[in-house]
Design a protein around this ligand. Sequence first.
Ligand SMILES: Nc1nc2c(ncn2[C@@H]2O[C@H](COP(=O)(O)OP(=O)(O)OP(=O)(O)O)[C@@H](O)[C@H]2O)c(=O)[nH]1
Ligand SMILES: [Mg+2]
Length: 369
Amino acid sequence: MSNPFLRFSIIGLAQSGKTTLFNALTGTRLPTGPGAVAREPHPGITKVPDQRLEALAKVCRSRKIVPAEVEFLDFPGSLKGYTRDKGSGAGYLTDLAQVDALVFVVRAFSQDNVAHELGSVDPWRDLETIEFELAFADIMLMDRRLERIRDSAGKAKPQEREAMEKDRTLLSRLKEGLEKGTPLRAQEINEQEERLLRVYQLLTSKPVLAVLNIGEEGIDRAPDLELEARQRLGAGLEAVAVPCQTEMEMNELEPAEADEFRASLGLQSRPLQRLLQLCHTITNRFHFLTTGPDESRAWPLVRGATAQQAAGVIHTDLERGFIRAEVINWEDLVRCGSLVEARKRGLIRAEGKAYRVQDGDVLNVLFHV
Ligand SMILES: Nc1nc2c(ncn2[C@@H]2O[C@H](COP(=O)(O)OP(=O)(O)OP(=O)(O)O)[C@@H](O)[C@H]2O)c(=O)[nH]1
Ligand SMILES: [Mg+2]
């Protein structure tokens, strides 16, 4: 296991607020609005705030706090444009697929001076359009693959032919489901099939977070909107309402000022923080922690991963030479006030390589290379 950070593609229809959200998340100042004519996806990094790190840094007198990071890619223009454009479309869709999950941005703010490719504001229709376009792109890709199998099956050796036949049956079945409107993420796919599919990077198999881009006037309706989105979107999808423009503008404020401003708008929490949490929920990720005088740090891990795999996120040497991990829950450690005290009270456990790491575990990996 290595430590590539989580990556997300931000996609949607034209002028839905993708770049505005990207700027809000990454502190970038890319131009927004109809004048912006980027063609390439733009990458940016967001640090994931984690209050546990501050508490640990205090206890262990860490010189540095290193939060986890996630990467967002801002895809310009309309998804619809690219699925229909055979020229630049293919490259765009391949780029878009190189991520862990997709963030759909749909317009839910009412402002007449923003031109929208579909006219009136209707986030549900826009979500359906995005799903439809992704399904369309997947079907095109499956068709191409099925065609290639058909063309080369005659020349193939018996063994290859068997593998091709497996591929063909699987793709045909999934395609049929897609054509009936069921994205791959909602279809039954077993582990072995999932492995076969991995090379295709099919878009509708990716987890999705829908961002309802509300204006300040929509803040009161946010909880209802989110609920409705979840009901409409079905299993496996998450939704969050974010006043993207306001959040982007708040990057110019001090954090305390921004919180005050949010409260004055009736926002109970930080929507971008919720967004980041949900990014981890949909990708099945959580963070384990390390701490010491150098740094207190958060590391991403997939749910169910073992202590040895967690060691590999820190460094491949730690995974290879893994002996055991000393583990303590972060709150227990903070309550003890020091590692020495925690050890005295017997709260630091020794765990083997198969131990399943929990959210909030503080790990110290003992290894030998
Ligand atoms: N009133 C209001 N306007 C917004 C909001 N979010 C975005 N906008 C405006 O919508 C326009 C489009 O925003 P962008 O972020 O450029 O949209 P985009 O999806 O990146 O656009 P393309 O990449 O060109 O498809 C800009 O003029 C923004 O100021 C919002 O929450 N409220
Ligand atoms: Mg944009």
